[in-house]
Design a protein around this ligand. Sequence first.
Ligand code: SAH
Length: 348
Amino acid sequence: MNQEELEDWALDLHEPRFRGRQIYKWIYAKNTNSFYEMSDIPRELRIKLDDIAQISIPRVLKQKVSADGTRKFLMELEDKKRIETVLIPQSKDKNTRYTICISSQVGCPIQCEFCATGQTGFQRNLQAFEIVGQVLGSSRELMRRLKSGDYGLITNIVYMGMGEPMLNYDEVLKSIYILNNPKGVNIGQRRMTISTAGEVSGIEKLAQENLQVNLAVSLHAADDKLRSSLMPINNKYSLPQLVAAVESYIKKTNRKVTFEYLLLGEINMRPVDAENLIRLLKSQLVTVNLIPYNKINEAAFSAPGNAKVRMFYDKLVHGGLNVTVRQEHGSDIDAACGQLAAQKSSRF
Ligand code: SAH
């Protein structure tokens, strides 16, 4: 529930509105998952709340820590379905803050050829409480592990875990508002990024929201034939449709957009791919984020070596694009981009 819903709920229980605000603060700012700990609420009411309601945070079943400090959590939902959430340290510093990579669906219906999540199939959308719960649950676990009393260890959020956020639009939006609320988790909108495989309807809706969140679009190929062979969603929305949607998004919001471009050795890094990409994006106010392919099981793709990445990067820069290369995190624990599959815990 967001703050307003909790206030309405308090009224339903014949309590004053501010009780809803108190509960909001306990759950979202103080990361409490027990009504009994809400010490400014009368005891009888706490007992009643515990009787009729539940604070449901996904349970951390397992956690793996990478050599680079990245942590992957296997989380279990009420219906026993499992998702993965990744915490990425922002520096090597001991007191570093973290970026959290959260899931929006159990599995994914988009079925990109190179991504482990799609290969597990699609099970269901997450509800807003399960999306927000990944942040609350991870934060609590992180504080416990690091023996820290700091509620603000997580400062950035990327909707880049399992699933396609734009196919779960309403719940994702609700989670953004809750996570952003200064009276609760308080993470700035500019510190949040939604990544989409190119679901144009979602990009169009997001343009109307008046939000400050960042948009990233998984492009991965700059011609329709190649993109369709890698990402079936390209048969639903062609490249010209996708690029036009992004263009009007930028016009409407005046926000920068990032195009993610996966680097698949021998597939989409030829000179002609660089030329196509430059032609497609040159006139736009966008950044291209190159993501060297991370290995997943049974996949037919190969990761490009550093020299090839550098060559492709140089070509794009030379062609006038803004380019960055994504630093890989957590591939030793299968926590890097594309590797989230929420395997059975015995194999986690
Ligand atoms: N469904 C959304 C959110 C997932 S974001 C989207 O597609 O954007 C995860 C990012 O990792 C996407 O850009 C995705 O294309 C990329 N990715 C998928 N498989 C990968 C792999 N094996 N190696 C590197 N990146 C991968």
